[in-house]
Write a protein that binds this ligand. Structure first.
Ligand SMILES: [Zn+2]
Length: 267
């Protein structure tokens, strides 16, 4: 309910417009104010941590690895954006990196820098370099404001005919579901919010640059995404995979991005 109420406020003051994404330079539809999105994210994030088995800080090698990779990538992101004169994109970011004990092959980063890795993805990453590929990718989704864009598109699609504010106030559950789906917490809410190929490729590209700057070999990315494709070989692909298609075209793109990211690689 709280989310619904917050959204009414957001939408009342929002102007429907396309803005140039500061990271990628691509035009995107952002109906929601980033500060408000971060507030909403924080509520969902805290609720998630309460309801799920978080591995205590420092208690396992995997947890320490997740925190270390995350902190290194966060520093790299800051350096990258400062270098581009875009440090203000990190306004409101207070990074947190969690490992949760769940079998899902999944990971996500909410706006504001709240990152969750599921233990189920660790057998697929297999090493710290590949974990950095995953975390760089998820962090890039957040920095490039893909969740905000997806949620904006979803709001328009789902509630299009009605005044947005009215729709949101009368449908708080759907609005919250849109938020969750937009940040990869649940898969494809109502089937309307698949990660678009455009978003995936942007996250691949910038995620690899961030990981490389953090000292992780971007050359690991191709092998990792191939392992992901195999992990998804069963009848029903894991949630993470269903939103992160690993087809040949994409893997070819990842190879290209890895070469670009090598220029940023700090061993
Ligand atoms: Zn993705």
């Amino acid at each position: 309910m709280r989310c619904g109420l917050m959204l009414i406020t957001l939408l009342t003051f929002s102007v429907i417009s396309c803005q140039k994404n500061s990271v990628t330079g691509r035009k995107q539809l952002l109906l929601l104010n980033e500060t408000d999105v971060q507030k909403m994210a924080l509520t969902e994030y805290r609720g998630f941590l309460k309801g799920n088995p978080v591995v205590a800080a420092g208690s396992t090698r995997d947890q320490i690895m997740v925190a270390q990779v995350g902190n290194r990538i966060a520093r790299a992101v800051q350096t990258y954006l400062d270098g581009e004169g875009k440090g203000d994109l990190l306004k409101g970011y207070e990074w947190e990196f969690n490992l949760v004990n769940k079998p899902d092959i999944n990971a996500w980063c909410m706006p504001g820098g709240k990152v969750v890795v599921y233990t189920g993805i660790l057998p697929v990453t297999g090493n710290e370099q590949a974990l950095a590929v995953v975390m760089g990718h998820e962090i890039a989704h957040a920095i490039a404001r893909h969740g905000n864009e997806r949620m904006s598109q979803g709001l328009l699609q789902q509630m299009g005919g009605i005044a947005l504010g009215a729709a949101v106030s009368s449908k708080p559950a759907e609005t919250r579901a849109l938020f969750m789906g937009s940040y990869g917490i649940t898969s494809n809410v109502f089937g309307i919010l698949p990660f678009s190929r455009k978003h995936e490729l942007e996250a691949d590209r910038y995620g690899l640059i961030f990981a490389a700057m953090a000292g992780y070999d971007p050359g690991e990315a191709e092998a990792f995404w191939k392992r992901m494709a195999v992990a998804g070989g069963g009848k029903k692909p894991p949630e993470f995979l269903s939103t992160h298609p690993s087809d040949d075209t994409r893997i070819a793109k990842v190879r290209e991005y890895a070469q670009e990211a090598m220029k940023y690689y700090r061993k």
